[in-house]
Ligand binder design. Structure first.
Ligand SMILES: [Zn+2]
Length: 172
């Protein structure tokens, strides 16, 4: 089921999500819904608070080549174990901040630990777009958006555009 994606500004996008204590069938349904919503958008990552669920789960798939096998990842309680000193700049966007993009600098490589959809502990190192995406999505679980890395002027400009967009969407 495709779920509606919250648009910034929304108080639910600013909250810290509590950890998942049990990987249940309900959580797996939410994971499937989130993947469907992400692919439909289309996007490469989605965090539970973006669909109004305050729980520490993210989904991502950064395989860009349409001919390549998709790699949907579900991460429950993801956490970054270590990050490289080397940094990378990517032009980031967000499904909760439609059509706004800006350069964000983050560690180029990260090692991440999470529970998969079966509740098994996984650990993997990510680089390139995957590293940026997983950090962006984990930020969502802590109430942080990519625009929080921008200078206040730029952030306020984007927020004003989103307020206007939400008014237009409410009228439509
Ligand atoms: Zn986002």
């Amino acid at each position: 089921m495709i779920r509606p994606i919250l648009i910034h500004p929304d108080p639910r996008l600013k909250k810290v999500c509590p950890p998942v204590s049990d990987v249940t069938d309900d959580l797996r349904v939410l994971a499937d819904d989130m993947l469907e919503t992400m692919y439909d958008a289309p996007g490469i990552g989605l965090a539970a608070p973006q669909v109004g669920m305050m729980t520490r789960m993210i989904v991502l798939d950064c395989v860009k080549d349409g001919a390549a096998e998709p790699r949907p990842l579900v991460m429950v309680n993801p956490r970054i174990l270590s990050a490289s000193d080397e940094r990378n700049v990517y032009e980031e966007g967000c499904l909760s901040i439609p059509e706004q993009y800006a350069d964000v600098e983050r560690p180029a490589e990260v090692e991440v630990e999470w529970l998969d959809r079966n509740g098994n502990l996984q650990r993997e190192g990510f680089g390139g777009l995957w590293a940026t995406c997983v950090q962006h999505e984990i930020d969502h679980l802590d109430g942080k958006l990519f625009i929080d890395y921008l200078k206040p002027m730029k952030r306020q400009m984007i927020t004003r555009k989103m307020v206007k967009l939400k008014k237009e969407m409410a009228r439509a």
